[in-house]
Design a protein around this ligand. Sequence first.
Ligand code: SIN
Length: 513
Amino acid sequence: MSADVRSFFGRPIIIGGGIAGLMTALHLAPEPVLLLSRTLLGADTSSTWAQGGLAASLGDDDDPALHLADTIAAGDGLCDKDMASRILQDASSAIEGLAGFGVPFDRTLKGSLRLGLEAAHNRRRIVHAHGDGTGREIMRALIAAVRSTPSIVVVEGVEARRLAVRENAIRGVWASCSIGPVFFGSRRVVLATGGIGGLFLDTTNPSGSCGQGLALAARAGAVFSDLEFIQFHPTALDGPDRPMTLISEAVRGEGAALIDETGQPFLQGVPGAELAPRDVLARAVWNHLANGHRVFLDARQRPGPEFPRLFPTIVSACHGIGINPLRDLIPIRPAQHYHMGGVAVDGCGRTSVKGLWACGEVASTGLHGANRLASNSLTEAVVCARWVAESVAGTPARRTKPAFAGNYPSPDPVPVRPFLSRALGIVRDGEGLKAAAHALLPLAESKEAASDPAAVGLMIVVSALRRRESRGAHYRTDFPDHAAVARRSEITLEAAFAEARELAQSPVLEGVT
Ligand code: SIN
């Protein structure tokens, strides 16, 4: 490969082959771009696994202002209102754009888009494709479009390991592929690498989604925001498989109820009950489990006979562990699902490093605040991909020099999973966070394969320690209330290292192992 690589120098490089990366590449056409994907396109990406759809105010009873109000209410005081308003205004046209690429959205008998309901939405506004196969169908259409676009060169089986940066400006990407390390020179790089579920023991994300985009940006010196906000989905299938299968919120939207092993509902006193915002419901389920109960979804009456048609993926996962949702209760527990925080970006997706953009889950636009409203993230990825592409296209290409290929180990998240799962779960406290910082610091400073996952974990832990309040998905038993003023957070890897080193000296940590 190395002989050919220089012919690509100067092209924008997109790292990541999920919906955000593919849409950015398509919007950039006919400008030649290079899209680097760790796996074959469509494999091992959260986009393909997405069951829930895209939220947009498409109904006759709806408009972007109502969608914005629900987004802001779920975000618990931390959404960037202007950004959220811009993104949600563009939601309907993003869906039209996807339909234009051939995504077979579900429709009513009259031909209009079928609109589903999910938690904390006051209107039906979620579009799906093939029921719970939404992500798979979108990916199928976008991959076909990308494969037939001559300006997009897709390089599969390539893992980006470091960004080359000089004077806070991007110079290229060091990557690794089957024949060894390789350097791609470019002054324009887009991160579209997805989330961090692979850093946790219980997650609905593919294990390969282990925050590598955050690590690339961190080592390049980028600024991050709201990293402490990690969303736990209340209803993952409580079976033997890891990662866990999601039981979409749309199942509750169609009327399924949460009950415990006594057969009784247990959400009395939770405003919104089954359709409460995710942070609230995940905590309620967690507390019930912590009190020694088991928790189940009862879908036997509603959606009942409609279940297989609306949720074929979930039905097949249930059958895989001997459960028939038409007859049996579905055992569930919360699992890590989405990261609200990420690389801080402006309205064009630009990060604090010149020539570096971020799009999709890896980015923090401010749309989600402290708790994402269901199905807003695919919408965000599709809308923002266009803005990112416009910004990249408007940034002049400049030649870059070749560089020696650096050799960095493939990230191994396994050693960090127990620490992050313990300290950064649904319920947190200062002592647990400090213990995690203490354990992660030496790993993050090492040259071991766990170094990048540990560095990402450390930034999240330090952000969670700094936030001495409870808000949205960040709940601390030692600071259970809202602070008087809601503030978005910022951090860099350098600052996280400095704070963790200081903590390591502090007497509080004596005896922590
Ligand atoms: C779901 O279908 O419950 C997940 C949708 C989402 O994460 O937005």
